[in-house]
Design a protein around this ligand. Structure first.
Ligand code: ADP
Length: 485
């Protein structure tokens, strides 16, 4: 057990960098439309970099309105002529093929994910890539069983789905979007985030190798403007968006009055609640996993810690000790716990919030480790003595920053945890099953983890309450947004 006293004796690990040479990144990527690589009509390309070294990795095309139109037309054509008519069992086979090919190329995908996104290789190798493959396997299984999923309801596909994803789980979010859309018989135009396009473009190569009929999946790159053109295209039937609450609201406004179906997975500010009967050591590990292991780059990150007063001192002391042992630095090193912040803009935003918290009078505590001089890094940070009114408690920071509040009663903590515009997820740590059920039934959050945190499975639905969005992804529920009955 690590205590603050012995944490200074943490082991020094020799560097264990993952080899990068098998990851094939082209110098330039075009748009993947109708099964082919197409030059953008804008003639513009933008750099994509590694946030841990600031090196340029490649440049990718910026899709304009014309390109979006081309991609939507390809998707429509593939939908009407091929995909809609194909027996569901055959559609399933293609999805399984994609899943297997992701597994086969998992090492390469993991390396590229960590290079382009900054997350530790351990995360991308052990979580992102296998879970993305699992997602395709899971939905591949549903393709020919829709009438069993929704008996007597005659489920039908919608048509063309425009899917826009963020930078925190680039390949996994692409899988979350594409797999259920294909399984339900829809075709897709997908746009990855501008800072992390590379694994989605690798997925396009995989899709090409799988001989998926041209136009069934189109992958285009660009900024918010490209996303807006996808949303506003008149021939799109369904929009699936994961990203910020601000952009989610914009999208909702811009499709008002149209017949487009929409799912939004937006921001979060999850409460991680520790009762005084909790297994404290496990809870501390869960807190660290919830906010630090992923640089806080998770919509469901456990960014607000609530500790019952009786154990607050112990939890904070153990948390500080554990933070001292975290290894921060090169995402390609297998020992690294906390990688790079995804972009310079995001680091500036986090640093701004650190100033806000201090100005609000909170006690700031950071790991004493040093951080690399190049690249975008932020030390794991605690804000002790936080209250509901503080901005750092109310607003999504999307970085390794944890606010700590204390509470006395279960009613008080439910009230405080729910008193926020978001409602994506929460965590609870206690020895008592009855307390778990009492609390989970009153939490206004889409997912509540009990005595664990940040666990995902393709069979389990995920989605928000309030400003965290609506619609569910994952599980049988994740099929519904892509169907009409
Ligand atoms: P984040 O803060 O996670 O980067 P954003 O909402 O800014 O969240 O970005 C998520 C995705 O939405 C990205 O792929 C981005 O390019 C896209 N996007 C940004 N602005 C718009 C917009 N106005 N319409 C549609 N998509 C957009």
């Amino acid at each position: 057990m690590i205590t603050e006293k012995n944490s200074e004796f943490k082991w020094d690990y020799a560097p264990a960098p993952e080899a990068k040479d098998h990851a094939k990144i082209k110098k330039q990527y075009d748009l993947f439309i109708n099964g082919e690589w197409v030059k953008p009509s804008t003639k513009k390309y933008f750099d994509t970099i590694s946030p841990s070294s600031e090196e340029k990795l490649s440049e990718v095309a910026e899709a304009g309105e014309k390109d979006v139109d081309l991609a939507v037309k390809a998707a429509r054509n593939a939908y009407e002529k091929t995909w809609k008519k194909m027996p569901a069992k055959e559609r399933g086979k293609y999805i399984f093929r994609i899943a297997r090919m992701i597994q086969e190329r998992s090492r390469e995908l993991a390396v590229i994910e960590s290079l382009n996104g900054g997350k530790p290789i351990r995360e991308s190798r052990d979580f992102d890539i296998p879970t993305a493959a699992n997602h395709f396997f899971y939905y591949g299984g549903w393709a020919d069983k829709l009438e069993y999923a929704f008996p007597n309801r005659n489920p039908k596909s919608l048509g063309v789905a425009a899917q826009i994803i963020p930078w925190n789980f680039p390949l996994l979010m692409a899988a979350w979007k594409i797999a259920p859309a294909l399984a339900t018989g829809n075709t897709v135009v997908l746009k990855p985030a501008e800072s992390t396009p590379l694994t989605a473009l690798k997925l396009a190569e995989i899709i090409q190798d799988c001989d998926l009929p041209p136009g069934v999946v189109n992958i285009i790159t660009g900024f918010g403007k490209t996303g807006a053109a996808m949303v506003n295209h008149p021939d799109v039937n369904k929009i699936a968006f994961t990203g910020s609450t601000d952009v989610g609201k914009l999208i909702q406004k811009s499709i008002a009055g149209s017949n487009k179906k929409l799912t939004l997975e937006l921001g979060g500010k999850a409460a991680n609640i520790v009762f005084d009967d909790a297994p404290i050591n496990q809870a501390v590990e869960g807190i660290v996993n919830g906010i630090f292991f992923n640089q806080g780059h998770v919509c469901c990150a456990g960014s607000r810690l609530f500790v019952q007063e009786g154990v607050a001192a112990e939890v904070i002391q153990k948390l500080k000790a554990r933070m001292e042992t975290l290894i921060i630095g090169d995402p390609m090193d297998k020992n690294t716990d906390v990688g790079a912040i995804n972009s310079k803009e995001q680091l500036l935003k986090i640093n701004e919030y650190l100033k806000v918290g201090v100005k609000e009078g909170l006690e700031l505590h950071q790991s004493s480790c040093s951080i690399p001089s190049k690249g975008f890094f932020c030390k794991p940070t605690l804000f002790i003595g936080a209250a509901q009114s503080h901005r750092v408690v109310q607003e999504e920071i999307f970085g390794p920053v944890l606010t700590i509040q204390t509470f006395r009663t279960i009613e008080e903590v439910i009230e405080k945890a729910n008193n926020i515009p978001y409602g994506l997820s929460a965590g609870v740590w206690t020895d008592k099953g009855s307390k778990i059920f009492n609390l989970t039934s009153k939490m206004r959050a889409g997912v509540v983890w009990a005595n664990t945190y940040n666990k995902f499975d393709p069979t389990s639905p995920f989605g928000g309450y309030k400003e965290s969005g609506f619609g569910r992804e994952g599980g049988l529920h994740g099929l519904m947004p892509y169907l009409t009955f």
